[in-house]
Design a protein around this ligand. Structure first.
Ligand SMILES: [Zn+2]
Length: 84
């Protein structure tokens, strides 16, 4: 009984790992190519443009240039203040 339980726990841990990996990648909606979550917007834009002649939003919905509206900076400031 104990051994069976251990085996099951191992499988669950593995599937959890897979989910984590998937959430850390950005997938092109058109060709399903995956990119690391650390990929920069210009890289994704280049892929959309070169491969599909589409916009960033068409290939990677939700990956707009949100970093430019200043909200990201506010979050960073709050975190820094909390530490001090
Ligand atoms: Zn693509």
């Amino acid at each position: 009984m104990k051994r069976e339980r251990n085996a099951k726990a191992g499988t669950e841990a593995k599937s959890q790992l897979k989910v984590n990996v998937a959430s850390k990648t950005i997938q092109c909606k058109v060709c399903f190519q995956t990119f690391m979550c650390t990929s920069k917007i210009p890289e994704l834009t280049q892929h959309a443009d070169n491969k599909h002649s589409k916009t960033l939003q068409e290939c990677f919905p939700g990956h707009g240039e949100k970093e430019n509206d200043g909200k990201a900076d506010n979050k960073t400031n709050v975190k820094a203040n909390g530490k001090k």
